[in-house]
Design a binder for this molecule. Structure first.
Ligand code: GLU
Length: 479
């Protein structure tokens, strides 16, 4: 439970505070989700704050990618400086006056000071401390400095810093082990540990829910809350996302950029479901959750302490489940851009696409898998040798294809369906010593591929005209 100096608020205000120094990372997306769920469960507010104080590494393009990634996932933030219409996110670069005011306050009270030690001097200090097995932190009072400019540091106190992490329990750290930590490069250039405290306080953030990698920053932040006499928020640090070998999740094991998942054809709802289970468990057997269900069921008590291992098979399975649950119209709508991508401007037949959907739906694991059905719209050039079954000669193959053609030319177009085609063609195929001799070339003629769905279902979906057209092409190739 939160300790007495924690904000006691029944309606939470939470935030994610990404730095726009990269695209929307899977870890940030998971933080966004947990914050979103926590807020929604209790009808609270979810805030997006762009931490762009690092002016060299922050870009607007990354900010855009973070925002569009969150929007694609459906994790919409509730508040921003330009209220009404689309909320802009908060941006630290637009709040510099506020940071200057509070930095000045700390400087005036002597709780912070300008340190004149150069980095070479600090390096020397660290070397000595290493020998003495002391924490590698800078203490300004032990040395005189020569650096003219000087960073702003928070003066270490002798207090013990204590806070309660809602996932990890009580944590105590001696302030002296933090050293005189830096809080700004200059009065105009505040650093993360400082701005985060000012902003979380000014934005009335009730719960800071973020990745475990920030747990070591928290004592510094708590020290600042104490210095200002501000009530601190509750903290909850989520387990790291780990690769299957329990190393830090990296590109080697799967995409780390959320937009990559979109390109690969994952559905946002499947990814949300997957991310929710990376560190949280419902305590039941349920595996499929909508965002609303997650909002109802989510609780920090069910967030694990240990690392959450990324499981690609689970994501693929979930995605397949979500694809199966779509209506075929919905799937068509979502898969169309992926198909058009591979067709590269070649003719797209909307009615045929609708007909193909139920077959595709059974087989697709991702939206991009629709590419496997592109042959319905355009057959890629293929080697005529592919048409013959095993060592059947091209001449013989041609004979079988002619036979199929003659057989189906007579079929009534109004009664053109898989079953009738099968009955009609099998009557001929079964008469051969091996029916593959006829069925294989037929399938290749219709798909142009070494592997595809069966010939009757392709022919049924293509319709009579297209089927005959493709047979004609194959026969020409065999001449
Ligand atoms: N800007 C920090 C980050 O991107 C925010 C950490 C926090 O949530 O306090 O990791």
């Amino acid at each position: 439970m939160p300790n007495t100096t924690t904000v006691q608020q029944s309606i939470p205000r939470v935030r994610i505070a990404p730095s726009p120094t990269g695209k929307l990372h899977i870890g940030t997306a998971r933080s966004a989700l947990f914050n979103y769920l926590f807020a929604h469960k209790l009808h609270g507010t979810f805030i997006l704050r762009i931490e762009d104080t690092d002016r060299e590494r922050s870009t607007l393009a990354y900010e855009e990618s973070i925002k569009s990634g969150l929007q694609w996932l459906g994790l919409l933030w509730d508040e921003g400086p330009d209220a009404g219409g689309a909320y802009g996110p908060y941006r630290q670069s637009e709040r510099t006056a506020l940071y200057e005011k509070y930095l000045q306050e700390l400087l005036d009270s002597g709780k912070a000071f300008i340190c004149h030690h150069s980095s070479a001097e600090i390096q020397q200090e660290y070397e000595k401390k290493k020998e003495q097995k002391l924490p590698l932190v800078h203490r300004c009072d032990q040395l005189t400095g020569t650096d003219e400019k000087g960073v702003i540091r928070f003066r270490a106190t002798e207090e013990t810093i204590t806070f309660t992490d809602l996932i990890r329990g009580n944590i105590s750290v001696k302030a002296s082990t933090l050293g005189d930590f830096s809080i700004a490069k200059s009065i105009h250039e505040p650093l993360y540990n400082f701005t985060v405290v000012v902003d979380d306080h000014k934005m009335h953030i009730s719960h800071v829910i973020r990745g475990e990698d920030h747990i070591s920053n928290t004592p510094k932040q708590v020290a600042l809350y104490n210095a200002f006499g501000w009530t601190m928020p509750a903290f909850a640090h989520m387990p790291l996302i780990l690769a299957p070998d329990r190393s830090k999740m990296s590109k080697r094991y799967g995409a780390v950029d959320i937009q990559e998942y979109r390109k690969m054809g994952y559905l946002p709802e499947a990814l949300i479901n997957f991310l929710a289970l990376l560190g949280w468990n419902p305590g039941t057997e349920q595996e499929i959750f909508s965002l609303d269900e997650l909002s109802e069921q989510f609780s920090l008590e069910h967030v694990q302490k240990g690392g959450a291992v990324f499981n690609q098979q689970k994501l693929d399975w979930l995605n397949g489940q979500y694809i199966k649950r779509l209506t075929s119209e919905e799937l068509a709508q979502r898969a169309e851009p992926y198909l058009r991508d591979v067709l590269e401007g070649k003719k797209f037949d909307a009615a045929l696409f609708q007909r193909v959907m139920p077959l595709a739906q059974q087989r697709m694991k991702t939206l991009r898998d629709i590419a496997e059905f592109a042959f319905f719209f355009s057959v890629a050039p293929y080697d005529p040798a592919l048409l013959s079954w095993k060592d059947t000669s091209l001449e013989e193959t041609r004979k079988y294809l002619e036979e199929v053609r003659t057989c189906i030319v007579g079929l009534d177009e109004a009664a053109w369906d898989e079953q009738r085609l099968e009955v009609a063609i099998m009557a001929h195929a079964n008469a051969l010593d091996n029916r593959g001799k006829m069925l294989w070339p037929l399938r290749v003629a219709l798909s142009g591929l070494p592997q595809s769905p069966g010939p009757f279902s392709i022919a049924a979906l293509l319709g009579k005209e297209q089927t005959l057209e493709r047979l004609r092409t194959a026969l020409q190739l065999l001449q």
